[in-house]
Design a protein around this ligand. Structure first.
Ligand SMILES: [Zn+2]
Length: 174
């Protein structure tokens, strides 16, 4: 079992997006299309079948529920309902083939370390970053696209960071 949790975008947010086709907290229209890129879907963390699966593009604050200063950016989810990636599922396999950026943050959104990794180095890098006591959480971003994919948190931080209890993606921006 991995010593960390994989935190995908929560069901409450994706439910709102699919129902309203608006970006929660921002109100920007969400855009639906046939996938032109691999993604991934920020809920199930699987890559899209390009030219086949339909997806929704919306604006999401990657610090929602954690920090006061937002960092909104574009994310995709499947247009149809999908299963949120299990937090104890280990590093998502579909993501291993992509170049990824690991941004390790201390509380208060202070960037402590940044690593550029590709397949084979992920587990080692995560272990190294999470061993630093001031690292509170890690954002995983696509190195080529720059977009937010998901977060990594220590297992012991479960209490504080239950995504399912978070609200709708940035209420203060309505
Ligand atoms: Zn999905």
């Amino acid at each position: 079992m991995p010593s960390y949790r994989v935190v995908a975008v929560g069901d409450r947010i994706t439910d709102v997006v699919r129902k309203t086709l608006l970006s929660p907290g921002y109100g920007h229209p969400a855009h639906t299309e046939v996938a032109k890129g691999y993604g991934p879907c920020r809920q199930c963390l699987r890559t899209f079948s390009v030219g086949q699966e339909r997806r929704i593009l919306f604006t999401y604050d990657s610090f929602h529920g954690r920090e006061n200063m937002p960092l909104p950016g574009p994310v995709f989810i499947h247009e149809d309902y999908c299963e949120r990636y299990p937090e104890d599922g280990g590093f998502p396999v579909d993501m291993l083939s992509h170049k990824l950026t690991l941004n390790a943050y201390a509380r208060g959104r202070r960037l402590v370390a940044q690593s550029y990794v590709s397949n084979g180095l992920i587990e080692h890098e995560l272990e190294r970053l999470l061993a630093q006591p001031d690292v509170a959480y890690i954002h995983v971003r696509d190195t080529d696209a720059g977009c937010y994919d998901f977060s990594i948190e220590r297992k012991s931080d479960k209490q504080e960071l239950d995504e399912s209890k978070r609200s709708n993606g940035g209420d203060s921006h309505e």
